[in-house]
Design a binder for this molecule. Structure first.
Ligand code: MRU
Length: 338
């Protein structure tokens, strides 16, 4: 498997996902600014991968620090964390990873700055390596929901490109299934990334436009819908790529199970419901242009929320590395606190 993100010779190397499927190119992030832009522009994307990128971004942000004591170092670290935290607001993995990095520094505040820097790098690598184990654990647990011969509909990209390993939603899919991938407007993660990566893994994938899902469901072509998540509240309300909510409504109408697969790092149990999840709004050009060519009249009003929130009652089950959680989520997810 080609790694989506890795640490090599003092820099973070990512697959530049904006260039796929046309070209497989890497971007070397040698400083925190490059990493900030990589996250902002979706060169690295998908909630778990954003978390890993954020922790590496912190390492890049403090690597040249000349701080002589912890107080000075803490200030620089705080600025790097704040800066990376401003790249994208919805995927909670980003903030989860940043807080992990902050804690490592605070727990080792008595050590020399050079040692704290080394520990921060160690932690970033840990965030990445843990994600590999978690993807496999979710795949193992989620496999119980999928039968050989199933046809699954997915949205956006919750595969290897969104993580350090197999992926979340796509990780649970075995080989003997058929996948329909929503193209996922406006940025086409389904067409550009999911279709590409499933084809690389020789999985039977068919691409559809987002507005075709209802027809396929009515035709009896879809057995299950499986998606990832960017942030899950305590009651199970789930933020994921815009258009996920549409699918959940359609699945409910057609009595098709709707599953969410996401690691614990995507859960924000401090939020009682999805109403509290911040939703990123992105630039108008993402809607009015395609690869720099205008596809809408100049000056048209645009609304471009990047995520939506699927209400818990439309979700059949949520899978994470601890197990499969079912309704009522406000009770079952509470177990995760322990
Ligand atoms: O804007 P993106 O491409 O970062 O959005 C990604 C998604 O919505 C994914 O479905 C989600 O992060 C889960 S990735 C395992």
């Amino acid at each position: 498997m080609i790694p989506t993100i890795e640490w090599k010779n003092g820099r973070a190397r990512i697959i530049d996902q904006t260039k796929l499927p046309g070209r497989l190119v890497y971007l070397d992030c040698r400083d925190v600014k490059t990493m900030w832009y990589a996250i902002k522009r979706l060169q690295v994307r998908g909630a778990p991968a954003i978390g890993i990128a954020a922790s590496m971004g912190v390492v890049l942000g403090i690597k040249d620090s000349k701080a002589k004591n912890f107080a000075a170092f803490k200030k620089e670290l705080g600025s790097a964390i704040k800066y990376i935290g401003s790249a994208r607001p919805t995927a909670v993995n980003l903030f989860w990873a940043l807080e992990r990095m902050r804690e490592v520094a605070l727990d080792n505040s008595k050590k020399p700055v050079s040692q704290i820097k080394a520990l921060l790098l160690k932690e970033a690598l840990k965030v990445m390596n843990e994600d590999k184990v978690i993807c496999r654990e979710m795949a193992r647990r989620g496999a119980a929901l999928i039968k050989n011969g199933d046809t699954v509909l997915t949205h956006c990209n919750a595969g290897a490109l969104a993580t350090a390993d197999y992926g979340t939603a796509l990780g649970v899919l075995g080989k003997r299934i058929k996948v329909y991938a929503d193209e996922t407007r406006p940025l086409l993660q389904g067409a550009r990334l999911t279709a590409w990566e499933l084809m690389q893994h020789k999985i039977d994938v068919t691409l559809i436009c987002d507005n075709m899902a209802a027809t396929l469901m009515a035709q009896g072509k879809i057995d299950k819908v499986i998606v990832g998540a960017d942030r899950i509240a305590l009651n199970g309300d789930t933020a994921n790529k815009i258009g996920t909510y549409n699918l959940a409504v359609l699945a409910d109408y057609h009595k098709i199970p709707f599953y969410v697969v996401a690691p614990l790092s995507s859960f924000d149990l401090a939020l009682k419901s999805g109403k509290e999840i911040p939703i990123e709004e992105r630039s108008r050009e993402e809607v009015t242009e395609l690869y720099g060519t205008a596809i809408a009249p100049k000056g048209v009003k645009v609304y471009n929320p990047a995520f939506d929130v699927t209400p818990n009652k439309l979700i059949t089950a949520i899978v994470n590395e601890k197990g499969i959680f079912r309704q009522p989520f406000d009770k079952t997810l509470k177990r995760l606190y322990r």
